[in-house]
Design a protein around this ligand. Sequence first.
Ligand SMILES: [Zn+2]
Length: 239
Amino acid sequence: MRDGLDLLVLGAHPDDAEVHVGGLLALAADRGLAAAILDLTAGDLGTRGTPETRRAEAQAAARILGVQRIILDFPDGRFAEDEAFRVRLMAEFRRLRPKVLILPAPDDRHPDHRRAHRLGREAAYYAGLRNYPCPGEPWRPEALAWVGGEQPGAPDLLVDVSAVWERRMAAFDAFGSQFEQDPSQPPTRIAHPAFRRGVLGRAMHWGSLRMCDWAEALWCERPVPPALLRLLAALERLD
Ligand SMILES: [Zn+2]
């Protein structure tokens, strides 16, 4: 990837990106930006669905959003914050060259999400060190941001995603094995109707703060990195 990505969303599992920032990704695709999803695992520990069905659903969701998806096949639940996993992720960052990297929530209830946040953040930094032994040319994203956990505080940034909302939820619903109401399958937290309502409710609440129908939220370091402001301006065409 010679020119690099404008936006990369890192998830621990297929569907993490679509739970939080599907709208942002769909908007990026519509604006002609280079955007992709990088899943650390294929979700092979999931209660429902096989890695094969999850992989097929994940690629279908990415096609709906109009972005590229890469699945790294780290072992679900068992990837570690160690040198081997960090270097594999660094090599991917060096290959994809994202200007803006969106990470999982640092304080999410799922330990994989918290660990993926820390691993992604460290890999993004070290990928920029010229002498670090890792394949590829040095690259460090210009800006990091992250999604919220289930009980997030006030967001740092809100993006109006009303224009792509139906497509955003179609990508979410493409994960039938995870979110569908199917009584023949074991009950899970994310298949409960309350989980989907939570996704809708948060986007509606954030939309009410932006005076739009639907919004997605991001958190970031302060001061807000200029590359992140440039991305949001391009997404919302605020010129
Ligand atoms: Zn997840």
